[in-house]
Design a binder for this molecule. Structure first.
Ligand code: FMN
Length: 176
């Protein structure tokens, strides 16, 4: 797959096979995240790999019942939790680069997983306090997101996106 094909193939997958993820693939995916760009190269991100079913259950319980991603955390063989250390990034003119840095690393991770034939689903809607407690994350560290990782048990069509004309301008804001 070339890069655009990887991007096109990625989907938020919420249903997973009971099949383990190969260690080499996990390492490849984490390495892709490790190499992400960041504000002043401070690399605020940390990843917690949760394979233990009690740990995944606790993370699922940090989500509301209505979150469609909840079942994925239990069904997938493992979950990767994205944390960020606030002292390893900065806010500049109101822009929170910590969240941006962490998000970039996570997107590297999601795309690398896709390229390796694995499914993911970014999860943002959870109780940070409950997730922190479940994983012994220090109070100063933010728990930003998590994703199940595993082989997909479902086919999903791509979700729609805004058209190019709506999001790309030429020379000045609003110019087609
Ligand atoms: C910041 C962020 C938070 C998200 N939170 C959740 C979530 O809590 N639960 C869930 O099932 N999907 C969540 N998603 C997945 C989005 O719903 C999904 O990316 C979007 O609908 C587009 O679909 P696609 O990823 O299949 O292209 C989140 C995605 C992002 C980027």
């Amino acid at each position: 797959m070339n890069f655009l094909e990887v991007v096109q193939a990625r989907r938020s997958l919420r249903s997973y096979l009971d099949k383990p993820v190969e260690r080499e693939k996990l390492e490849y995916i984490l390495e892709s995240a490790r190499l992400a760009p960041s504000w002043k190269n401070m690399q605020c991100w940390r990843f917690i790999v949760v394979e233990d079913s009690a740990g995944r259950q606790a993370l699922a319980e940090s989500m509301g019942e209505s979150n469609p991603g909840r079942k994925a955390l239990i069904g997938a063989p493992l979950v990767i939790v994205l944390c960020a250390v606030p002292t390893e990034s900065e806010v500049w003119e109101g822009k929170d680069f910590m969240m941006l840095d962490a998000g970039l690393a996570m997107e590297h991770l999601l795309l690398a997983a896709t390229e390796q034939g694995l499914g993911t689903c970014w999860q943002g809607l959870f109780s940070e306090e409950k997730a922190r407690e479940a994983l012994n994350v220090p109070a100063i560290v933010r728990v930003v997101a998590m994703t199940p990782l595993g082989y997909a048990a479902e086919e999903r069509r791509p979700r729609p996106r805004k058209g190019m004309a709506e999001i790309v301008f030429h020379e000045k804001w609003g110019q087609a």
